[in-house]
Design a protein around this ligand. Structure first.
Ligand SMILES: C[S@@+](CC[C@H](N)C(=O)[O-])C[C@H]1O[C@@H](n2cnc3c(N)ncnc32)[C@H](O)[C@@H]1O
Length: 265
């Protein structure tokens, strides 16, 4: 299924359900932007400078795996979606050029991973990893948002048992005021682009929906807030268990992203 074809109400209803992703093939994410993809890779490099000696695990790589950009000894990819896990070998990885003009080359996953990777269908709540043989790194990029807020700490604690370093990238927890401002920016952007389009039923529907973003209900604000990941709690729990944790925030008019880097101290 292509996410763009899923009715908006259905996307909202299934946000925390496995059925959202199990047959999903295409959906837009921040990691579609090569510069953002590269930024995550740079955060991994800081966390695991000796990748060639380590096993890296990426959960929910979707169509944007980040691990292949680095020379991990072994890579394990775990995704809830069977079509996505099956298609990983055919994805293209943006690699920053070394040339003065910079830009990116798109290199096939299969070329970069060269038989060093395995992709399986699985759930972040029940990872096929032993607690004894820890991974060098687990990456969770834009996946925790789909775990209910009350379950996130437990999921992260489960990951922490199975790795020596952890990278979490997700929507940052925002106040209702910030969410309101973000929805307004989004609505104004949609309305600007729609103003150039001819009248149609689809245009009217999208205009109508954007009005709702300009004047969100309390329920809408709460539902948006549930999708955000509050790393404060995660950071505290990891620190209490002897982890060294750093967080950074990337601001974008339509999104605020948090990056949590954690290492066993
Ligand atoms: C929003 S996409 C992010 C994909 C990619 N990491 C990116 O940033 O472009 C979420 C991905 O996580 C996977 N996913 C969702 N829930 C999951 C779960 N409980 N366990 C493992 N993977 C999951 C989905 O199938 C999807 O590929």
């Amino acid at each position: 299924m292509n996410l763009k074809k899923l009715p908006h109400e259905e996307l909202e209803r299934r946000w925390f359900e496995k059925t959202l992703y199990q047959d999903m093939t295409v959906f837009p994410t921040m990691s579609d932007h090569p510069a953002f993809h590269h930024f995550i890779v740079s955060k991994i490099r800081e966390l695991v400078p000796n990748a060639s000696e380590e096993t890296g695990v990426e959960i929910g790589p979707g169509h944007n795996p980040v691990l292949p950009a680095l020379p991990f000894k072994k890579m394990l990819f775990v995704d809830l979606s069977k079509p996505l896990a099956g298609n990983l070998q055919n994805t293209m990885i943006p690699i920053r050029r070394d040339a003065p003009d910079r830009g990116f080359d798109y290199v096939p996953f299969s070329k970069l991973a060269q038989g060093r990777s395995i992709a399986v269908v699985g759930d972040i709540r029940r990872l096929p990893l032993s607690v004894e043989k820890k991974a060098g790194l687990i990456v969770v990029n834009n996946v925790l948002t789909h775990i209910k807020p009350g379950e996130r700490n437990k999921v992260v604690a489960g990951l922490a048992e199975k790795t020596r370093a952890l990278l979490i990238v997700d929507n940052h927890y925002e106040s209702k005021l910030e969410i309101r401002a973000r929805l307004r920016n989004f609505a104004e952007m949609v309305q600007k682009s729609l103003s150039l389009q001819p009248e149609s039923k689809e245009k009217q529907e999208r205009m109508h929906r954007s009005e709702k973003y300009l004047h969100p209900t309390k329920q809408m604000l709460e539902s948006e807030q549930q999708k955000m990941v509050n790393v404060k709690n995660i950071k505290r729990e990891l620190a209490e268990n002897g982890w060294k944790v750093a967080t950074s925030i990337v601001r974008h008019p339509l999104q605020k992203i948090v990056i949590l880097q954690a290492r066993r101290s």
